[in-house]
Design a protein around this ligand. Structure first.
Ligand code: MN
Length: 199
């Protein structure tokens, strides 16, 4: 049986198009090295399982599935992160519109309050993690997630509308250890249209 592979997606914009909020060098490193490492890691874990299956060998299921969950989640979240951003000249930043704006206002009270809560989720993620805005279909409501690593505190089946990577590798070339500045920059290039379409 042909082993299926995860693939690194192209960015939906040029490497230099998010500057000065995310520099070309930072974006290139993040996409070409870090994201690729999760794609490769996910494929390695799949290969390991496939090989053991083919040879009817034992495999350390606990360790391998933990690895698979971490790497695949890393790949999926990075793919969502790239789509959460847009160059200023292509609609990045500003304010949301449509159904997303209505839902944010209805549930958070205002856009400012939403941005404050999302920023605090991003800022207070311990070590490596993510802040995400998700939609719960069961209750037709928006919820924030603070994801540790790539895969802890993820709510299953909730649709991620916006994801912000706050691992240090996302910002250290541009902002050193100042995560708050990176979060501020994120609001300048956030793709509200994409988030609204995800909804
Ligand atoms: Mn990352």
């Amino acid at each position: 049986m042909q082993q299926k592979q995860y693939l690194l997606p192209d960015l939906p914009y040029g490497y230099n198009e998010l500057a000065p909020y995310i520099s070309e060098e930072q974006l290139k490193l993040h996409h070409d090295k870090h994201h690729l490492a999760y794609v490769n890691g996910a494929n390695l874990a799949l290969d390991k399982l496939a090989k053991a299956r083919a040879e009817n060998d034992d495999v350390d299921m606990k360790a391998t599935l933990k690895e698979l969950s971490f790497q695949v989640s890393g790949h999926i979240l990075h793919s969502l992160f790239w789509k959460s951003l847009a160059p200023k000249t292509k609609g990045g930043g500003g304010e949301p519109s449509g159904e997303l704006a209505e839902k944010i206002n209805a549930e958070f009270g205002s856009l400012d309050r939403f941005k404050k809560e999302f920023s605090q989720a991003a800022l207070s993620a311990e070590g490596s993690g993510w802040a995400a805005l998700a939609y719960c279909q069961k209750n037709d409501q928006l919820l924030l997630m603070q994801i540790e690593k790539h895969n802890v505190n993820l709510l299953p089946q909730f649709k991620v509308l916006l994801a912000l990577d706050v691992w240090e590798h996302a910002y250290y070339l541009d902002y050193k250890n100042e995560r708050a500045k990176f979060i501020e920059a994120f609001w300048q290039i956030v793709d509200w249209n994409g988030a609204n379409n995800n909804l």
